[in-house]
Structure formats: structure tokens, C-alpha cells
Design a protein around this ligand. Structure first.
Ligand code: ZN
Length: 647
């Protein structure tokens, strides 16, 4: 069996490397990523299915299909929650207990679909005269995109053969309505573009690719300006950059506006660029990447520093406590970086996939698999009011706008498809996990305790007699890498981020790659005002944080200064959630911070305070014990320009 994963470029696409089929990689459930995938399948996905019922999302569709009376409930784009959950179930193959959910939901969608192919419960139930009249806010094309992605997944895995018919009927309607003979229209929330390209890849129908390309080239021509919309809808004051409709995609140089929209758009831009052989368009997307990752990315790989507009923010505007850092933006970054990696083979995209996966994406889900963060700040202050779902202190079971949990479920269900690639030279491993990787060249058995340990053992059962190259990514965070083949040291010559081992492989050999994982102290760029004078702790791909529960009574986390004179070290623990390696560091608790005035005269002083031992845990596991303060970035206890004297 060969099941293409979520991104399956055609043979004609611009591509440096090619994805393996989804079933070519099997994650070991005892490993870190495999265990995460299993928890998502067993805990998070059923939780999403339950909430489709309780949130009313399925009830909306039943009403449209004449099978219920429930008034429309939830966000106007609630159909997309159904589609993403369906996609997650489809990537698992829709077997076992999921079979009923997949088949029943697809049957329901077929019954709810209008005869012309249209499907959107909010418009069908309450606003039938307003179809396509408010492309800015309506999310009709956005929802259609998620329907299409679910259908592609179901078709590829064989989970259901009917959903692709429903999706193509709708897509054909879109071609008729928005194609070259139709209306110039783009969606306020990008998503349809990448979905249409994948539908083209799955069906071979060129009209879907053409429509995606047309929508990308129409963006930036102010079609979403309120003056150009059929419906008389209030402007809401977000500005056209919010929708990435302020300048054409081909000339834009800065990542801006709503973070999820910008990143979903870029996935579609790369898809169109590679399938049409459009190097200029691909370069435009890499330009946006350059801007975003040089100046607008959190240490965790998250994006979006403003709650207002859910926006990316200015360069170096990266506050920890008010980070919006939506889970969906992190997932979108993973999707976009994968597409750029396939197109170019450049290691920087795999590095960012790793960073965002292990930190900004992982932090969203609780240990129990049933509670989720929507926003992912890097600091929670002592005394934070976490009662608002906009910035809760703890993960919530579900959200009024619950885009993130089903998005996580679909990513985790398809995760094996993102580990490795092939090209004519051989096989490339980008992400490390205990897994079996099958290619036409070789079977790789990967054993590792990554990300806790940097030792990766790979047994290569080669089927090829000719020499070929096994490329192993050496992450950008790793300063020292060592390798052996069958016990013999090999020279580690890291070429463009990869250790490339080229030889005629015997039938079986074992490679051991050791990536040194000392605790690292990370410094921010001086222009990041919110972080000036601070450092963060990291080990391997993981960012660490300090939580109130580990700081002890009488210690206010906001008063801690890290003492850098004694190097922090990794320590093995068996009493910290499922975290086997914490970081021990020395710190100082500053005296009398609270009673002093908020502003006072400046004088240079050396900080004084009470020394303490600090325990840091991986950021992605914070807020799993008890509510309390947390911080990733720690002020450093050195001659202190912020120490004040009474004025
Ligand atoms: Zn979301």
C-alpha cells in the first residue's frame, strides 16, 4: 500500500526532495513523537468528536439536512471544526471506532449539500440570500478548503470514497463562480488555495490549480475592501493587511496581519509556485519567510504577538506575557516550512519544523490530551486573571472558537508523513523519532530517546547495490555532532545542515549519530525590548521554563534573577510529569521588590538577594500541575541598570 500524505506534489512540480508516503513511516508508540501521536488518536480525537456534538457543529448540519431543528449554534465557520476532525479521523485510516463517525458524517454532509454543490450550514440555514456576498468575513471559501482537505485525506487513505465526490462538486461550483469566467473573488481567511492545489494533485483536474493560482494573484488588489464587497458589512477597522490584501503576493516583503491567515496563505503560495514552476512566486514566499523568522518569531517558534487582530506585530515586537502565539499559527508554520523544505531541501525549514513542533505546537495540549491552549504566551505573571478564554491560566476543554484542537488532531494523525524524504541521491531524515522508515532504497530502523537524548541509532537494511546517500539533519542548535558506522568513527562534515553519508551500503549497517545536548543559555536580539537583560534555557530542541510550583513558597517568580556564574545543567528526574530531564540552575530572589515604588531615580547597583536552586521544565509541559506563574525568559543577575533607589 502506498498512501500519499497531506502534501503530495506531482512529478512535474519544482521539488528538491519528495515526501515519503504516509504509511512508509511508522512511529514507535514508546517513543516521544509516537507516544504523542497515540495520545492524540486515543484521547484528543475522540474529545474533538464529542465536542462536535456538544458544540452544536453537527446539529447545524443535521438541521440543513432536514434531520433536526437546532437553531444555528456556534461560530459561523463551525463547519470547519467538523471538517478538520474528519480529516484527522481520515489520516488514521478511519478504522475501528472511527469508522462510524467518518461514514455517518460523510453521509450527513452529502445530505446537507445543495444540488449545485454548495455546502455551508451558516448560510444555508439562516442566510441563504447572502451567499458569496461577504467574502471578507464569511469564511465560505475557508470552510470549503477544510472540506476539501478532509476529502483528500479520506480518498488517499481509503477511509471513505464518497467525501471526495462531495468536495469536488463544491470545488466545481467554485471554479464556475470564481474561475476565469466568473467573479474576481478571494477569501478573507486564506485556506482554499492550498486545499485546491491538493485537490488538483489528487484528481488531476487542472481547473483547481488554476483557480488557486488565480486567487493568489488576485490577492493584494483590495478586493476585500468594504467598498468592493457586495454586502453592506461594517469595516471593523482591521485594515487590508489583516487579510493580506494590502499588496500583491508577488511584491510583498513583510509578514503582516493576522498570523494564521498569513501562514495559511503562504502554504498555498508555495503549492501553486511548485506546481506551476513559478520560481518568482516561490521566491516571494521565501522573502516573507526571511522577514518572519528573522524578526517576528518567538523562541518557541510561535507567531503573532498581538491579541488585537491576532496579528504578527512589528519586527522585534515579541512580548512574552502578551504573546498571542495561536496554536493554529504554529501548525500553519509547520505546514508551510514542510512545503518549503520539499521545494528547496534547505535545512532551515526542517529546523523550524522541529522548533515549532516540540515547543509552540506541543505546549497547546495538556498531559490528559483533553485540554488545550489557544494562545501560548511565554510568561504568565503572578496574579494573572486567567478567567477569560482569551488568555486563560490553564488549558480549556473547548473554546467558543475551537479551531485549534481539531487542527492539532489532524496534524498528529498525519505526523509520520513529515519525518523523511527521498531524492535521486538517497534518503533524508529531517526529524528524529523511534520509527521504521521504508523506502525503495532501504529500510531504516531508528531508535532514539530524542528529544531527551541526542543519540540516534539507525540500522540501515539497504536494498540497493549502488552507492547512495543517507542525509541526517544536524540541527542548527547543535554545536557538536559525532557519528559512527558499525562502530567506526566517521568524519562529520556537515554540509548545509546535513551529515551526508555516501557509500555502497552493505545489506545491514548501524549508524550512530550523537548530537551533543548541553544546556544552552539563549540571548535575545537587543532590539527585543521586552526581553532585554534576559536569557532563556534550552536543551536540544526544547525550550525550558520556570513554573511557580517548582519555585517554592515565598518566592515570586517575577523577582527571580538567573545567576549565570554557575552553568545550568540537565538533571534526570522521575517525579516530574512525564518529563525525564529537567534543568537545574542557580538564581537569586531579589529583595523587597513589591513594596518599592513602581518608578524611582536610577542608579547603578549590584543586585543582592537570596540565592536559590531553580528547576526548569520543558515549556511544553507547563500548566499541568497547578495554576501559577510561569516564565521562559529570566532576567540575569548582573550589574543591574534596572535597580532603583528611592527618588
Ligand atoms: Zn486556532
Amino acid at each position: 500500500m502506498s498512501t500519499p500524505g497531506p502534501v503530495a506534489p506531482t512529478g512535474d512540480a519544482l521539488a528538491a526532495v519528495a515526501p515519503l508516503s504516509l504509511d512508509a513511516v511508522v512511529l514507535d508508540p514508546n517513543g516521544h513523537l509516537g507516544g504523542w501521536q497515540q495520545r492524540s488518536a486515543e484521547l484528543s480525537l475522540p474529545h474533538c468528536i464529542d465536542n462536535l456534538e456538544s458544540s452544536g457543529a453537527l446539529g447545524n448540519l443535521r438541521h440543513v439536512a432536514g434531520r433536526g431543528e437546532q437553531p444555528f449554534t456556534g461560530m459561523w465557520f463551525a463547519d470547519s471544526d467538523v471538517y478538520k476532525t474528519l480529516e484527522a479521523a481520515a489520516w488514521t485510516g478511519g478504522a475501528g471506532a472511527l469508522r462510524g463517525f467518518v461514514d455517518d458524517t460523510v453521509e450527513l454532509l452529502g445530505a446537507a449539500q445543495d444540488s449545485d454543490g454548495y455546502l455551508n450550514s451558516w448560510y444555508q440555514l439562516d442566510h441563504p440570500a447572502d451567499r458569496w456576498r461577504d467574502l471578507r468575513w464569511g469564511h465560505e471559501l475557508y470552510c470549503a478548503g477544510h472540506l476539501i482537505q478532509a476529502a483528500v485525506a479520506a480518498d488517499r487513505t481509503g477511509a471513505n470514497g464518497k467525501l471526495i465526490e462531495i468536495a469536488t462538486r463544491f470545488a466545481d461550483l467554485l471554479v464556475e463562480r470564481f474561475g476565469p469566467d466568473g467573479q474576481d473573488g478571494i477569501c478573507g481567511h486564506p485556506e482554499i488555495e492550498t486545499a485546491l492545489v491538493e485537490l488538483y494533485r489528487q484528481t488531476g483536474r487542472r481547473a483547481y490549480l488554476d483557480l488557486a493560482g488565480r486567487m493568489i494573484d488576485l490577492r493584494g488588489h483590495r478586493l476585500l475592501d468594504s467598498k468592493n464587497q457586495a454586502a453592506d458589512i461594517a469595516d471593523r477597522g482591521f485594515g487590508l493587511q489583516y487579510f493580506q490584501d494590502h499588496e500583491p503576493v508577488r511584491v510583498a516583503t513583510a509578514a503582516t496581519g493576522h498570523a494564521v491567515r498569513q501562514l495559511y496563505l503562504e502554504a498555498g503560495v508555495v503549492d501553486v509556485a511548485v506546481e506551476t514552476g513559478d520560481a518568482e512566486l516561490l521566491a516571494a514566499s521565501e522573502r516573507i519567510w526571511d522577514d518572519l523568522f528573522a524578526t517576528k518569531t518567538y523562541l518557541t517558534g510561535a507567531h503573532g504577538s498581538r491579541h488585537r487582530d491576532e496579528a504578527i506585530g512589528d519586527a522585534y515586537e515579541l512580548p512574552s506575557d502578551r504573546a498571542y502565539a495561536e496554536t493554529c499559527a504554529a501548525i500553519a508554520s509547520f505546514h508551510w516550512n514542510w512545503r518549503l523544505l520539499l521545494a528547496t531541501g534547505r535545512h532551515r525549514y526542517a529546523d523550524e519544523m522541529e522548533r515549532v513542533l516540540y515547543n509552540a505546537i506541543a505546549v497547546s495540549t495538556a498531559v490528559d490530551g483533553r485540554h488545550f491552549f489557544y494562545s501560548n504566551p511565554l510568561q504568565l505573571r503572578a496574579g494573572h486573571d486567567g478567567s477569560d478564554e482569551d488568555a486563560p491560566s490553564q488549558r480549556l476543554s473547548w473554546y467558543r472558537c475551537s479551531c485549534c484542537p481539531p487542527n492539532l488532531a489532524r496534524l498528529l494523525a498525519s505526523l509520520p508523513g513529515y519525518l523523511a524524504t527521498t531524492d535521486p541521491s538517497g534518503v533524508q531524515l529531517h526529524l528524529y523519532a523511534s520509527a521504521t522508515v521504508r523506502t525503495s532504497t532501504a529500510v531504516l530502523h531508528v531508535r532514539t530517546d530524542y528529544p531527551w537524548d541526542g543519540r540516534i541509532a539507525i540500522t540501515v537494511d539497504s536494498a540497493a547495490s549502488e552507492p547512495w546517500t543517507l542525509a541526517l539533519r544536524v540541527p542548527a542548535w547543535c554545536a557538536d555532532a559525532f557519528a559512527t558506522i558499525d562502530g567506526e568513527p566517521v568524519e562529520v562534515d556537515v554540509e548545509a545542515g546535513y551529515l551526508r553519508l555516501h557509500r555502497a551500503w552493505p545489506a545491514s549497517s548501524t549508524i550512530v549519530l550523537e548530537l551533543a545536548m548541553p544546556v544552552r543559555l539563549i540571548a535575545p536580539h537587543p532590539r527585543v525590548d521586552a526581553l532585554r537583560g534576559c536569557v532563556a534555557l534550552a536543551r536540544g530542541p526544547l525550550v525550558y521554563c520556570v513554573e511557580q510550583v517548582d519555585a517554592g513558597t515565598g518566592v515570586v517568580l517575577d523577582d527571580i534573577r538567573l545567576d549565570p556564574t554557575e552553568a545550568p545543567t540537565g538533571v534526570v528526574r522521575d517525579d516530574l510529569l512525564d518529563v525525564p530531564v529537567a534543568i537545574a540552575a542557580r538564581a537569586v530572589v531579589m529583595d523587597d521588590q513589591a513594596p518599592s515604588p513602581i518608578y524611582s531615580g536610577w542608579q547603578s547597583t549590584t543586585p543582592s538577594g537570596r540565592p536559590i536552586e531553580l528547576t526548569a521544565i520543558p515549556y511544553y509541559r507547563w500548566a499541568n500541575r497547578e495554576p501559577g506563574a510561569m516564565r521562559v525568559w529570566l532576567p540575569v543577575a548582573v550589574a543591574d541598570v534596572t535597580k532603583r533607589s528611592p527618588s
